[in-house]
Design a protein around this ligand. Structure first.
Ligand code: SF4
Length: 189
């Protein structure tokens, strides 16, 4: 097995790489995230990823393009569906890169986060595996959430305060919006 790991940031990479190393599986980490805004946040996450990869001698492929234009065009007029579009964008590219570079599998650190829509990420991964002809490595990396969180703090890794896009940044800091969203969720229960 030789796995291409789509990587969103350094803290989320710790546990998936630990699991692959324990299984003696070869891997390369692929940083590709057109959804991290604004630019200085993108640079902070990218630099932290590079530092960790150098410390641990990981093989890497890095897409350094900021990508905000591409992201905004892809979610315009369907902002409520933006996470689905975001997962599709990143996993489609990862599956294609894996296929073109003879990886046997691809996977994603998105499956580490307890804040993401895990089932949707899993089904999106399987969809692009089938479409691009390369296997999707599924594992519920959320098992390592607590342990890897402590390790990220000990290693002094940059830890972001919001998911990535400008919409998630507003949801993190705008208290009026938070109240509106909570009310909307409560009304749907
Ligand atoms: S909230 Fe996170 S997963 Fe959803 S679109 Fe924004 S960056 Fe992507």
């Amino acid at each position: 097995m030789n796995v291409l790991i789509h990587t969103c940031c350094a803290p989320c990479l710790l546990y998936p790489t630990q699991i692959l190393q324990e299984q003696n599986v070869g891997f390369t980490c692929y940083f590709y995230n057109p959804n991290i805004h604004p630019y200085r946040e993108f640079r902070s996450r990218l630099n932290s990823f590079i530092d960790l990869a150098e410390q641990r001698n990981f093989k890497v492929i890095i897409d350094r393009d900021y990508g905000i234009g591409q992201y905004l065009r892809s979610v315009a007029f369907r902002e409520s569906q933006r996470c689905r579009v975001c997962y599709e964008t990143r996993l489609k590219r990862t599956a294609q890169l894996a296929r073109d570079n003879n990886f046997t599998h691809f996977t994603t650190t998105l499956m580490f986060s307890i804040h993401q829509n895990h089932d949707l990420i899993q089904s999106t991964g399987h969809h692009y595996a089938k479409r691009e002809g390369v296997s999707f490595y599924y594992q519920d990396f959320r098992d390592g959430w607590e342990q890897a969180g402590k390790e990220a703090t000990e290693l002094n890794l940059y830890q972001q305060k919001y998911c990535g896009c400008i919409f998630s940044e507003q949801e993190r800091y705008d208290n009026r919006l938070k109240k509106r969203l909570k009310k909307k969720r409560d009304n749907h229960v």
